[in-house]
Design a protein around this ligand. Structure first.
Ligand SMILES: Cc1cc2nc3c(=O)[nH]c(=O)nc-3n(C[C@H](O)[C@H](O)[C@H](O)COP(=O)(O)OP(=O)(O)OC[C@H]3O[C@@H](n4cnc5c(N)ncnc54)[C@H](O)[C@@H]3O)c2cc1C
Length: 356
């Protein structure tokens, strides 16, 4: 987003900037579960990527990157077009692994890309206004908690029949978070009759069914897959040096360890000095360094190193206008936590959306 707002600096210096993306908008994940639950409208949580690019003199290509040829400095698109570059900024994000899904994705929703949560909302409304439905959320981390909590919010709409929500949390809900967070999340969901199934590992997901590792079959109308994320596969496919999960391996200048004109940030990279959590906070912290280094590389100036910084603020939106806030040793739940998240998220959106 920062590169987009600074694009004019590049264009004014005579550089051609091409932005490639599969959608004319980019949806902000932090508010995605809230959009699913109906707290936010889609237009409140998205950035007008094409509009901003063109406004500042760049070129927007509606396409997906399918490969990178680092030797000839070309990016391949799924439209068969190729774009050449002097410097490349990779911000391809991450995706939910689909390995456990068999067959088509009918009534199965991966929690990324975020815009798909809008389709999920429509489908829940469509089915749930006609009959009682059962919804499964496969995964036990923060996104599973936020998704389940916000489905509950949607199910409170007057036109909805009974919606039974189950979370298949693997070994346990939120296993990588402090006990205080886990307990608050658990209690909040359980109080709302959301079923939390622990010590059960789902092996296969297909339309209408999830199957656990003991081959027990559970029937559902709609299934969400929130089993974590993996970086874009483009880098591994292109033969670029990658981290263990396939993220673009970058050094502390945020450029590829082999190609100093290929930069990257956010979920799609593997930071060589230490693996970073897949949270938007790091994408945001990397932004100014990334923008600086892209220009510095073009002008043969000194690059800036990226410092990941210390601990970051975590706030979960539980879907009933309460949240859980955690930073350092501060941990509390309730309405204040939700209001702080809502304030921060809306402010973030205004910072980048204001230019539309
Ligand atoms: C449900 C959910 C809620 C979350 N909530 C929070 C939160 O509250 N706070 C937080 O810090 N983190 C949160 N996260 C994590 C957060 O989503 C990521 O860490 C963050 O989005 C990373 O930003 P990014 O720009 O790297 O990737 P993304 O936001 O994933 O953006 C990647 C972009 O690249 C585009 N793209 C993908 N593939 C291609 C391709 N081949 N060619 C061209 N373009 C492509 C996508 O369309 C997308 O626009 C949440 C994640 C989920 C799933």
């Amino acid at each position: 987003m920062m590169m987009l707002t600074r694009m004019k600096d590049f264009v004014d210096k005579g550089y051609e900037v091409t932005v490639i993306g599969p959608s004319e908008h980019h949806y902000y994940s932090g508010m995605g579960p809230g959009m699913l639950g109906g707290t936010y409208q889609p237009e409140e949580i998205r950035f007008a990527t094409r509009f901003v690019t063109e406004k500042f003199g760049g070129t927007f290509k509606l396409a997906k990157v399918s490969g990178i040829d680092p030797v000839n400095q070309r990016v391949q698109l799924d439209t068969a077009e190729e774009i050449s570059y002097d410097v490349l900024s990779c911000n391809l994000g991450s995706q939910v692994p689909e390995e456990m899904v068999s067959g088509p994705l009918d009534d199965i929703f991966l929690v990324k890309p975020i815009e798909k949560l809008l389709d999920a909302q429509k489908r829940i409304r469509e089915l749930g206004s006609r009959k009682d439905i059962r919804i499964a959320v496969v995964g036990g981390g923060p996104s599973a908690v936020e998704i389940a909590g916000n489905i509950w919010r949607l199910s409170c709409q007057p036109e909805m029949q009974k919606v039974a929500i189950s979370i298949f949390a693997g070994r346990r809900l939120m296993p990588h978070h402090p006990e205080g967070i886990r307990r608050r999340a658990f209690e909040s969901l359980q109080t709302r009759s959301i079923q939390i199934i622990e010590n059960t590992h789902i092996q296969t997901i297909k339309t209408g069914q999830v199957v656990d590792d003991k081959e027990k079959v559970y029937d559902f109308d709609i299934i969400f897959v929130a089993v974590g994320v993996k970086p874009s596969r483009v880098f591994a496919k292109s033969g670029l040096p990658c981290g263990p999960n396939g993220g673009l391996l970058v050094n502390h200048y945020l450029h590829s360890c082999d190609y100093d004109n290929i930069f990257g940030g956010g979920d799609c990279i593997h930071f060589q000095e230490k693996p970073l959590d897949k949270v938007g906070v790091y994408a945001v912290r990397q932004n100014p360094v990334l923008v600086h280094n892209l220009m510095a590389r073009l002008e043969n100036r000194k690059l800036q190193p990226f410092n990941p910084g210390g601990s970051y603020l975590l706030i979960f939106n539980l879907g009933n206008e309460t949240g859980i806030l955690y930073k350092w040793s501060i941990l509390f739940g309730g309405r204040l936590a939700y209001l702080i998240k809502d304030y921060i998220d809306r402010k973030f959106m205004r910072t980048f959306q204001a230019i539309e």
